[in-house]
Design a protein around this ligand. Structure first.
Ligand code: B12
Ligand code: SF4
Ligand code: SF4
Length: 236
């Protein structure tokens, strides 16, 4: 389950240093927290993890780092997951952390639950988590686990964006009604996206997601949206 544990060096890690390294590598620090037993963070070599730092993307600005990478063009399977393992694996080694990833299951580490602890995100009617600044346009690429309890700033309290969204256009935009209050009908979605009528979803990304009024300026470009849809269809 653990990515290979690097040797532990006695370094004093600061969140600001992690953030600088991450940005230069094409990632952002997407939150951090001191795990409690109920968070489901696995212990590291039998010792509890003192701090979990989430890494990911927000908006479309990180896409070019991946698009220019060897993984994006080598034609092998799971290019973004392999890019994440390489970049986050190197970061883990640099800072004496161990890495966990959101992919590679089943089973999966509960990244969305962790995001609720460390980031300002809220469950949306779509299942995806909505961020007050990035809307639905964000994702997690991995997490760094430190034995130490790093100094963390207090978590900002922000309002749940869906509570002030009376119209909830995300729930009635999907042409085949794949998102309902009962959940997400994956098969119905995939069948439509694959069909001739599904060209808009295939090329521009999920229409329900695009209908959300939060942070429209951060919506993914056509190349990034198309890449995710291709990966989604390959898995279904
Ligand atoms: C399995 C999975 C799927 C499955 C099933 C989703 C489902 N119905 O649960 C499929 C393949 C369908 C899927 C699709 C998508 N997924 Co997905 N998925 C996952 C994965 C790998 C595991 C989820 C899980 O079982 N976790 C284990 C449980 C125990 O963890 P948890 O945090 O407590 O569980 C939460 C989720 O299950 C969530 N949830 C419940 N229903 C749904 C429905 C949807 C659509 C989503 C996204 C989440 C969700 O609520 C739970 C409670 O917090 C996660 C990564 C991860 N490790 O979490 C990504 C993840 C949830 N997916 C993500 C995304 C963005 C998507 C897509 C929207 C787009 C994409 N991948 O490009 C698509 C939707 C398809 C579309 N047409 O647009 C993101 C969500 C980011 C965010 N903003 O919240 C995650 C976190 C991956 C990431 N790297 O960031 N996904
Ligand atoms: S459209 Fe409204 S309800 Fe749906 S995710 Fe966006 S803010 Fe939340
Ligand atoms: S991708 Fe298209 S079919 Fe699937 S849920 Fe989104 S709008 Fe509906």
């Amino acid at each position: 389950m653990w990515a290979r544990c690097p040797s532990i060096r006695a370094i004093r890690v600061k969140l600001a240093d992690l953030s600088r390294y991450a940005e230069a590598a094409g990632l952002s620090v997407r939150g951090a927290f001191h795990p409690r037993p109920e968070d489901g963070v696995p212990s590291r070599d039998t010792e509890p993890v003192g701090t979990l730092v989430l890494l990911g993307w927000a908006g479309g600005r990180h896409w070019p780092s991946f698009a220019a990478s060897p993984e994006a063009v080598d034609g092998a399977l799971h290019p973004l997951d392999r890019w994440s393992e390489r970049v986050i694996g190197a970061m883990a080694k640099e800072f004496g952390a161990a890495a966990l990833y959101p992919f590679g299951g089943p089973s999966y580490w509960p990244f969305q639950r962790w995001a609720q602890r460390g980031d300002n995100v809220f469950a949306s009617p779509l299942g995806m988590y909505v961020h007050p600044v990035h809307g639905l346009w964000h994702s997690y690429r991995g997490a760094l686990c430190f034995r130490q309890r790093l100094d963390l700033p207090p978590k900002e309290i922000q309002a749940h964006p869906c509570e002030s969204c009376a119209a909830k256009p995300c729930l009635d935009t999907c042409p085949v009604g794949a998102f309902t209050t009962a959940g997400y009908d994956v098969e119905r979605c995939a069948a439509h996206v694959r069909s001739a009528e599904g060209a808009a979803c295939r090329q521009g990304g999920c229409l329900a997601r695009r209908a959300c009024p939060v942070a429209p300026g951060q919506a993914y470009g056509a190349e990034e949206a198309g890449f995710y849809m291709k990966a989604f269809l390959a898995a279904h």
